[in-house]
Design a protein around this ligand. Structure first.
Ligand code: MF3
Ligand code: CO
Ligand code: CO
Length: 288
């Protein structure tokens, strides 16, 4: 009997009745070595890429608008209102709203909130806060997803360094990602950079394929072993969004709201996110 449990699914199939393309040959050679390969539907068509690109442009405009308006003393609900109104008035839909029951149009995550912070009338931005605003926009059915950190006024040197290193982690991951590398190659580089700086990487949440839906394959883990995880090939669109903690990597989910993710040890956390297209030469940022 065959033991199939340790085997990766054979996702890649050449088109029936057509000669193998160069890309088929490369992917099949990895697949035959037992590597996890994408299914064909993860390779976006030129039309889909155009659609995601446009969603990316609007998503960036939303984040730029947030950057212009975010202020000490404002409620996180006010950010939600701004994001919602701006998005809708530009023909978009804020993807978080009602996504698996999420009640707001944007995630706002302060200090020890790692991600999925729910905007509230009763939560105010304070001097010294480090705040992640995570915006996902649907335009004509296509999705783009990105987040930035904002430092409110003056913060501590350690929190400032956390925000900076988290951004570097995204950049390091981006540089490693070339066609026919693996998600694990990137994750490995990101974790090394975080650890070298005395920080940790959240393991329970990851980046993801994106574009036709909010969350698609592959899982983009921000740690791991080289040569593991999915093979990355031209035409794939996915996020990288490392969550970097000042203390331990463990997180807990708020039992009452079922969404807010906190660091278990109350240490601050920082995250930056972009949506990327894999091209023949490397990653192109679609949420610049
Ligand atoms: N934007 C988040 C991500 O980067 C997902 C938020 S899900 C929500 O994947 F429901 F909280 F919006
Ligand atoms: Co996001
Ligand atoms: Co994302």
């Amino acid at each position: 009997m065959n033991n199939v449990f340790n085997r990766n699914p054979r996702n890649w199939h050449p088109l029936k009745g057509q000669p193998l393309t160069e890309m088929d040959k490369i992917i099949l050679s990895f697949q035959n070595k037992g590597k996890l390969c994408p299914s064909r539907d993860l390779i976006k068509t030129p039309e889909q890429i155009e659609g995601i690109r446009k969603a990316g442009v609007l998503n960036t405009a939303v984040l730029d608008m947030v950057a212009e308006n975010i202020r000490i003393g404002m409620s996180t609900e006010e950010i939600n209102r701004l994001v919602h109104e701006f998005t809708v008035s530009h023909g978009g839909i804020p993807a978080p709203l009602n996504y698996e029951g999420f009640p707001k149009s944007v995630c706002v995550s302060r200090n020890d909130v790692v991600c999925h912070g729910i905007p509230s009338e009763d939560e105010f931005l304070e001097e010294g806060d480090i705040v992640n605003v995570d915006v996902t926009t649907i335009l004509d059915g296509f999705y783009a997803d990105a987040s930035r950190m904002f430092i409110m006024g003056q913060t501590t040197p350690e929190k400032e360094r956390l925000v900076k290193v988290a951004k570097e982690c995204l950049e390091v991951g981006m540089e490693v990602c070339k066609p026919y590398t693996f998600v694990g190659d990137m994750g490995n580089a990101i974790a090394k950079h975080a650890h070298k700086n005395g920080f940790t990487v959240v393991r329970d949440l990851c980046g993801h394929g994106v574009g036709n839906k909010f969350h698609e394959q592959p899982d983009v883990e921000h740690y791991g072993k080289k040569g593991t995880g999915m093979l990355l090939v031209p035409g794939m669109v996915f996020t990288i969004e490392p969550m970097i903690n000042m203390g331990d990597w463990e997180v807990v989910i708020d039992e009452e709201d079922g969404w807010t993710v906190y660091t278990e040890d109350y240490s601050p956390s920082a995250q930056w996110e972009h949506t990327f297209l894999m091209t023949e030469t490397g990653l192109e940022i679609l949420t610049h």
